[in-house]
Every structure is written in structure tokens, then in C-alpha cells.
Design a protein around this ligand. Structure first.
Ligand code: CTP
Length: 410
């Protein structure tokens, strides 16, 4: 899935021959799953029609301050458009438009949107080679980049004038990949390996029966998805659940028993930076697994159980500089019990769920958590969707990791 999926992208089209490539850009962005709106300078309509761009973007195209086909004059709200956008891409960006952007001129809707935009602005210049090299052009490139805009350099090749050199607008495919890479590089969990456990474990009694629990895996799966969206490479060790995940950045390792989860988690722990153990691992397993189905001959049946290995505690003993997170599901003395677990298992953070809280628990789509850090800092959250809870946990970790980096470098 592209990082552009679900993003609101505003495409600004200015009056250069490369404007015909805007149609390809819109198509590519839509294919990536983005929502696309187009704002054009009036003169750019000589190069590509609003009809083409509105058909491809499935949205109205904006080019003037006043809605053109409206008898009771209404304005196109440039501020609303600018705030709608997660990203503003001006492609092609002509010399004329860029000089106006550099100087704060605001004589068309596109420029008004540019001046109102709070989102990242990318611009892809397109002009003849001598214009591209002109000192005034170089000066406004510098000014635009100093303002925080991101330049997508023009490509080298044959130009509309028949001359050869740098000035062609970058190819739409290259523009899209550059933006994707730029976004990915800026993600807070970029280059981080996350190990997550999720779901229940099943401890076999005989070939058809097991001891299990009601964990749905929803919390761990939500953490995996949000972490991947924040740029992490995720290994998700999952007990038996009915959830599916399709994301190139998430590798799912399916296990059944606590022992299998122990083995898999240890195998992948070496290479991780952050481990979040959200699985509801069975604490006990039958001493022996019957080879054949146990028949109901007797009135009672006694099964002897032994403790499973505590995966989290075992990782706590060998964690060195990795960031280790555990979960605690409590029914009484919640804070005290969670703090004890945090210390005993040598964790950096514990996520406390109380079964006494409405909206928290195994099968629900929501959860209510309290985060307790190693330094005893306590942060409580309201009931939220598990995706939002996952984000709260990960943002907390990012903040702690970032702060500890600052601390080390000071
Ligand atoms: N956990 C684990 N391996 C186990 C049992 C638990 O890794 N065999 C992890 C869980 O994934 C969770 C944390 O330990 O992150 C807390 O589990 P919990 O069952 O609440 O705590 P316990 O330490 O088992 O204590 P108790 O059941 O007595 O509350």
C-alpha cells in the first residue's frame, strides 16, 4: 500500500506545455489511492482542459475566485481548499508562477491557495534550458526552498523549443516516487524494526481440545498496522485469530502454543529495536498432551497443568538497549499490579487495561489504557478505537525514544 493512499492531494497546474502530463499525474495519484483535487491557473486551460482533469480526478476543478457556472455568484474558498490538502503539488510550475510564489504575488486562485497552505508544498519546474539556468530563476528556487517548499528538479532531455538540456518537467512516475520516498524518509519509525505479539495461545489437551482464552488479537494487529504506517518494519507473531493483514511492511508469523510463541519471539528479538508484547499468552499448559481424544468415561477429569515460559520476562532479562513494552490486564489493584510487572519484567513501558473499565477488553473494538513508564510517569487515556489506542502507544514510545536520544547526545 502506498503512503499516498487516503491522502488528500491538491494538484496545481500552471501554463506550460508540460501541463498535458498533469492528466497522467492525476491518474497515477488516484491509482495510489489518493483523493485528488485540481486547481489551475486560468492560462493553463489553454494546455489541458478542466474537463479532462475533473473526469480523471472525479472532482470539480478550480481555477477562478468566483464559481464560473453560478448565477448567484459564489466564491471558491481558497483557504478551505488549502486546508483540505495533506499535500500540495504544483506540476508543472512555470517560471512565472514560481516568481510570484517567491514574491508573495496573489493574482489567481492557485497562488491564493499556495499562500494559505499549511501542508508540504512540492513543485516541479518546467521551462526551457536557458530560463532554468537564469540567475533570477536560481534565486527564486533558493527562496522557494528556503520557505520550506520541496523542489522536484526538472529532467534533462528534449524540450518544446527543440533544444536539449535541463528543463523538462520530471516524469509523472518520478514525481510520484519522489514524493512517496520523501514522506517515507520523514516517518518517525523509519528504519525501526518492531516485534509484536498478538492474540491468544492454545495449549493442547488432546488432538481436539485445548485451553485458550478470548483474545481477538485486535489490539496487537492495530499496533502492527499503525506502526507500519509510521514507517516501521514489523514482525507480528500471531496466535490463532481470525484477522488478516495485507501490508508489505508486516511479516506475520503464525503460532499456536505459548511454546511456539516463545521460540518465534526469541528468534526475531535479536533484530528488533522495539518489542511490544500484547498477546494473551496462556499462563499454564497441560503437563501432557493425550495422544488420542480423551473419552468421557469418568464423572470428573483432572488435568495437571504446568506454567508456560514467560516470554516477556525472558526478553526483559536480555533486552540491553531495546525498548520493551508489556501489557497488563488487571481486575483489582490495577496500578500497583502493573507497576510491579513493569519492574519485575524489566520493561520500559507497560500498557494497563482494567477489566473494570467499560469499553476495554478482549473482543471489543475499543480499549481504555493507562501507560506507565519506567520512571513511573503515568498517562491515562479515554476509551478509544483500538487503532487510535495503537497510535497513542506508538506516539508515546516515539516521544520517549526521541527524548532519550536527545539526552544521550547532550
Ligand atoms: N506474557 C508473556 N508470556 C507469558 C505470559 C504473559 O509474554 N507466558 C506477557 C503478555 O503478553 C503481557 C504481559 O506478559 O504483555 C502480562 O501478562 P499477564 O498475564 O497480565 O501477567 P502475568 O505476568 O502473567 O501475571 P498474572 O497473570 O499473575 O497477572
Amino acid at each position: 500500500m502506498s503512503v499516498l493512499s487516503g491522502k488528500n492531494i491538491l494538484l496545481g497546474v500552471t501554463a506550460g506545455i508540460a501541463a498535458y502530463k498533469s492528466a497522467f499525474l492525476v491518474r497515477l495519484l488516484i491509482k495510489k489511492g489518493a483523493n485528488v483535487k485540481v486547481v489551475m491557473t486560468p492560462a493553463s486551460k489553454d494546455f489541458v482542459t478542466p474537463l479532462t482533469l475533473s473526469t480523471l480526478s472525479k472532482n470539480e476543478v478550480y481555477s477562478s475566485f468566483i464559481k464560473e457556472d453560478n448565477e448567484n455568484a459564489q466564491w471558491n474558498n481558497h483557504v478551505e481548499l488549502a486546508l483540505w490538502a495533506d499535500l500540495f503539488l504544483i506540476a508543472p510550475a512555470t517560471a512565472n508562477t514560481m516568481s510570484k510564489m517567491a514574491n508573495g504575488t496573489c493574482d489567481n486562485l492557485l497562488l491564493a491557495v499556495y499562500l494559505s497552505a499549511k501542508c508540504p508544498v512540492y513543485y516541479a519546474p518546467a521551462m526551457d534550458l536557458d530560463m532554468y539556468k537564469h540567475p533570477s530563476t536560481l534565486e527564486y528556487f533558493k527562496k522557494l526552498n528556503d520557505f520550506g517548499n520541496i523542489q522536484i528538479p526538472a529532467a534533462i532531455g528534449e524540450l518544446a523549443s527543440g533544444l536539449e538540456g535541463q528543463g523538462r518537467m520530471a516524469a509523472p512516475e518520478d514525481i510520484v516516487s519522489l514524493i512517496e520516498k520523501h514522506i517515507l524518509d520523514a516517518l518517525p519509525l523509519k528504519n525501526k524494526n518492531l516485534l509484536i505479539t498478538a492474540g491468544p495461545t492454545y495449549e493442547a489437551i488432546d488432538p481436539v481440545r485445548f485451553i485458550g482464552n478470548h483474545s481477538s488479537g485486535k489490539m496487537g494487529y492495530a499496533i502492527a498496522e499503525v506502526a507500519a504506517n509510521l514507517g516501521a518494519q514489523v514482525t507480528l507473531i500471531s496466535g490463532p485469530v481470525s484477522l488478516h493483514i495485507k501490508n508489505e511492511a508486516i511479516q506475520v508469523i503464525n503460532v499456536i502454543s505459548a511454546n511456539e510463541m516463545f521460540e518465534a519471539t526469541h528468534r526475531y528479538f535479536k533484530n528488533c529495536d522495539i518489542a511490544i508484547l500484547s498477546a494473551a499468552v496462556a499462563d499454564f499448559k497441560p503437563n501432557e498432551v493425550a495422544l488420542h481424544k480423551i473419552k468421557k468415561k469418568e464423572e470428573t477429569l483432572t488435568i495437571k497443568l504446568t506454567k508456560t515460559k514467560d516470554i516477556l520476562a525472558s526478553l526483559g532479562e536480555m533486552k540491553s538497549n531495546k525498548y520493551l513494552v508489556g501489557f497488563a490486564l488487571e481486575t483489582q489493584n490495577e496500578l500497583e499490579n502493573a507497576k510491579t510487572k513493569l519492574k519485575k519484567k524489566n520493561l520500559d513501558l507497560i500498557v494497563l487495561n482494567s477489566l473494570n473499565d467499560k469499553g476495554a477488553g478482549f473482543k471489543s473494538d475499543t480499549n481504555k489504557i493507562t501507560l506507565i513508564s519506567k520512571d513511573n510517569k503515568i498517562v491515562s487515556f479515554n476509551v478509544k478505537l483500538k487503532k487510535e489506542v495503537a497510535n497513542d502507544i506508538l506516539q508515546h514510545i516515539i516521544k520517549e525514544l526521541y527524548l532519550s536520544l536527545i539526552h544521550i547526545s547532550e
